[in-house]
Every structure is written in C-alpha cells, then in structure tokens.
Design a binder for this molecule. Sequence first.
Ligand code: TXA
Ligand code: MG
Length: 303
Amino acid sequence: MSTGIIGTSIERALEVLGNGGLVAIPTETVYGLAADASNDAAVRRIFATKGRPADHPLIVHLAAAEQLPEWAATIPAAAAVLADSCWPGPLTLLVPKAPQVLPVVTGGRDTVGIRVPAHPMATELLTRFGGGLAAPSANRFGKVSPTTAAHVVADLGNRVDYILDGGACPVGVESTIVDCSVVPAQILRPGAITAEQVSALLHGELAPALGPSRAAGMMASHYAPLATVVLVESSEAGRAAAAADSDAWLLDRSDDLVFYARHLYDDLRAADLRGVSTVVAVLPPPVGLGHAIRDRLTKAAAR
Ligand code: TXA
Ligand code: MG
C-alpha cells in the first residue's frame, strides 16, 4: 500500500507542484491529476502516468474567473455569461487559447478548456498556487473516473507524488463541457450544470448536443468497468433482466438523480471488485442531470 502519499497538506501539495510533480486533487466532480500548466515537462508526466494519448487536451483549473483573461485570447460572450453565473462550479468552457498556453495542454488545438472548481481544498490550493493546474481525471486511461482518494490509489498508486484527500466528490460525474469558441455555443459533454440551465442562461442560443459526448479525444467507450453493462429504460425491465441472471447487479437509482450520479463510479468499481459479471443499469429519464448519467452509462456499456 502507498497510503503514505495520501494527506491533507496544502503545503506538501504546493511543494510537489512547484517541483514539477503530480498531485491528485479533489474537486466537486471527480479527482483530477494535476500539474503546473505552465511546466511542459510536468504536463507530459500526466500523459505518461495515465497512459493517455498525447493529443488529448487537458482542462486548466483556475482559482477564480478573474484569471480567465490570462488564458483566453478572447472571451466569447457566451463564456462570459456562463463563467459569471456558474463558476466556481462543475462547468468547463472551451475558449480561444492565449498565445502562451502550452501546446501540450491543448493537444495542439487553438482552444483551451478552463474550469474554476467548487471544492474548498481545490480552491485553497489554486489560490495559493496562483497559476493554472492542468488536470484530467486521475484514473488510468479508459477506466471510470475516481471519486475518492482510495480510487486514485487503486488506479495510480505511487505513480503520483501526492494525493490530497478531500473526501468523496459530491457531484460524482465529470464537468459539463461547453464549446464557447463556436456560435452558437455547444455542449460537448453533459454534466451537473444541465443543458436546460445553459440554454436558459444563453437565452436559447445553444446548438443541439450531439449523441454520446464526443469532445476531442473522447471515445465511444471510455468510462468502462470490467463488468458487462446492460442498459434498460425502466425499473420493471431492470428487475426482469436481473432476475434472468443470478450473477447480475441491478443499478436502479432513478428516483434520486443526485445520489445516482454521486455513487455511479463507486458502484461500477464495486461491481468489478466483487467480480460481478453483469451490471443491469436502469437509465434515468433524459432530463436535467439524467442526461449526464445516461451519457456515462452509455459509455460504460460500449465495448
Ligand atoms: O470534472 C472534470 O471535468 C474533471 C475534473 C478533474 O475537473 N476533469 C476531467 O478531465 O474530466 P478529462 O481530461 O478526463 O476530460 C476532459 C475532456 C477530455 O475529453 C478532453 O478531450 C476535453 O475535455 N477537452 C479539454 N480541452 C479541450 C479542448 N481544447 N478542445 C476539445 N476538447 C477538450
Ligand atoms: Mg477522464
């Protein structure tokens, strides 16, 4: 066990980041694997540690919306409105990148993804760090995102220099991604800031979302557990499918979508730990947070 690298010391995290190291950080969505976004070598270590292809762009995390002009060449009107209303929060905005943003962060693209997370530990770390932290989810590439420090240990162990333990992530699924570099803006990945909220804030100036989330580098199968995930549209269908297979686990939390999202990845990891062969998952209605849960379950079911 590498539990010695888990702790709650912001000092230690700052020291590691200052030396070009990697720190797993809690956010309200999922844990991120963070490095100094202005340190090319440190950012490269993120890709090596995750086993992630180098052309997949990373999100830059900032302490406050006021820092956006340091990272964006221009701030599109939609980005200004959404940042103002939703940050800090589970929302990533794609904006034209400022010239000094490293190509290794954006995968060579001319846009950069920016987010101001709403987690007290992340906020304290980012505020004291002062710069941007590039951070993808702190899982091995292709696995479900970690929502506890223990998940990070299970995936990355001592390949990460320090893990800031901020408890279980309250949202549980990754941030909503809105591409504000196009007009009208478009949701590339659904999350806890819902399409309905984004559309209302933009007075309906929002392009229709595409099928399963496909931001650059996203694959049809990405959030995959080892178990086979079978999707059904109703509790009745779920019970029938689970009854037909004595080994199957039934995942049916459509009566409480906040709870469903918060525990989704822990449930999928638990199924794998128990060696469950099949998870029968009841899809919530495609409304509000239901979109994000359906999206992640659809990816978990893809092979
Ligand atoms: O909630 C979250 O967003 C978490 C926490 C740690 O902030 N982060 C996260 O990062 O989920 P990641 O790397 O696992 O997913 C970010 C997605 C990737 O699919 C990436 O391709 C896309 O965002 N992305 C980032 N910057 C982009 C850009 N400039 N253009 C297109 N897609 C971008
Ligand atoms: Mg990820």
